[in-house]
Design a protein around this ligand. Sequence first.
Ligand code: GDP
Ligand code: MG
Length: 300
Amino acid sequence: MPDASAFRAGFVAVIGRPNVGKSTLVNALVGHKISIVTPKPQTTRHRILGIHTSADTQIIFVDTPGLHRNAGKAMNRMMNRAAINALQDADLILFMCEAGRWISDDQNAFDRATGASAPVMALLNKIDKVHPKEELLHAIAAMSARFDFVEVIPVSARQHDNLDRLMAAIPKYLPESAPLFPEEMFTDRSESFRVAELVREQLTLNLRQEIPYGLTVQIEQFDKQDEGVDVRAVIWVERDSQKGIVVGKGGSILKKVGRAVRLELKRQLGRPVHIELWVKVKENWADNEEQLQRLGYDPG
Ligand code: GDP
Ligand code: MG
């Protein structure tokens, strides 16, 4: 057994603008799909913990909604708040951007990350897209000049490139502490939360640009038995006109979404899955604090 006093445990907040690859990174580091990923910004709406426990360290990654400046509706404000709260509680901040790309939302997230009190490490993600490779040296130099980062590490979250270097760099910034979560636990979120997220991931992948932002998913039934899992989920949309779009011609979208979620869940849970999806209207749910809380949104 390792010496208990030498064990380290702490919170590592992953911060950056929408779509830089935060959730992809946390999934890769934890080795489980705890957070959904799509090519669209603002996919992650909640603060989600991804826990990695080894013989002498427990790293608690905090996946956050991307910090963005255009925070109109209550839900968007809450998403920003969740990210900001994660910064305040962090022992270490991983500020993520795309290698060689810098837009105004990056600057906003950078200002927040570097304004917090914890040490900040910079991650330049998506290095698989950088050609020629000398460009990367410029990107690292430019990043290092922006702030006194404790490290600047180029990675590819999607291709698992350089993640071992990142993992090796983290423990020394964590306090000595006993583990904060049981060692077999890899997320703080329930299975039914993850199912709702998988439904939203498939909807986001299968619907036109703006529709996914107006919907949320609520699990009405999650019955897990040895012989199978029974799920009933409601997809809430903001307006009646969105209902038909989400259902699709002859139910085509719902069928496609249901099938994809069923296969993914079967893979994750190792048993057959039956899933029922319903679409209902709740006007302006995304701009109503009370509705948001009832639907499981909290500022983390
Ligand atoms: P988040 O909004 O910051 O959580 O970003 P996601 O993890 O949802 O990823 C956004 C998009 O970037 C998805 O399409 C990912 O597949 C893609 N992505 C993430 N990491 C990488 C990477 O290392 N390389 C490339 N090429 N794409 C990536
Ligand atoms: Mg995300």
